[in-house]
Design a protein around this ligand. Structure first.
Ligand SMILES: [Fe+2]
Length: 201
């Protein structure tokens, strides 16, 4: 499928607002986008698709904050007839992906929750490196928390994804995190939206 129908940044922010996402969720997805787009530029991934995936991956948080936000995000994306490749990025963004068994175990509908394409992996991992609304963390910082919460298998999967993406980007992704931490990360429509409450994206 072509990426012609992939919404641009402004359109994604409009969708988030129309679905009733809080400003805190929008700040979070904008931070994810800033890491994801650096990875996309360096790896030659489809930038428009990565941006849209990053901005819309949590749209279902307008309905629920639990893990079912994934199913809600997918439902909203499908209802809006967003391109399939974008729906797949949204469906495959949790943790470092979920096996069928893991997804079933936490009550998600049947489906494929393991990122496969470069764009799916980029959004998934950028989300792992964002802490809360606008914080960023290195791989080790992200892993510490996951191990502490008792998910060593997920931690190893995340490390493998970090290594793979660092290879595709030609730089350790932690360096991207450090660079963005030193630089105000939000630019363009995201900066305008999050700095002016109620601003129309
Ligand atoms: Fe997220």
């Amino acid at each position: 499928m072509s990426t012609e129908s992939v919404p641009n940044e402004r359109e994604c922010l409009r969708i988030m607002r129309e679905e009733g996402c809080k400003l805190s969720v929008i700040q979070h997805v904008c931070t994810v986008k800033s890491i994801a787009e650096e990875m996309a530029k360096r790896s030659g991934a489809d930038l428009k698709l990565v941006r849209a995936g990053a901005l819309l991956h949590d749209v279902g948080r307008s309905r629920t904050q639990g893990v079912m936000h994934v199913a809600e995000s997918v439902r909203i994306a499908e209802e809006r007839h967003l391109p399939e490749e974008l729906v797949r990025i949204i469906q495959r963004h949790v943790a470092a992906g979920l096996t069928q068994k893991e997804a079933k175990g936490i009550g998600l509908p049947e489906g494929q929750y393991m990122p496969e394409t470069l764009e799916e992996k980029i959004v998934c991992h950028a989300d792992n490196l964002v802490k809360g609304q606008s914080g960023m963390q290195t791989l080790e910082e992200a892993l510490d928390e996951i191990v502490r919460r008792g998910y060593p298998v997920t931690a190893e999967r995340m490390r493998a994804m970090h290594v793979e993406l660092s290879g595709r980007c030609g730089i350790d992704i932690d360096e991207i995190v450090r660079m963005l931490r030193a630089d105000p990360p939000l630019k363009g429509p995201c900066a305008a939206y999050t700095s002016q409450k109620g601003a129309r994206p």
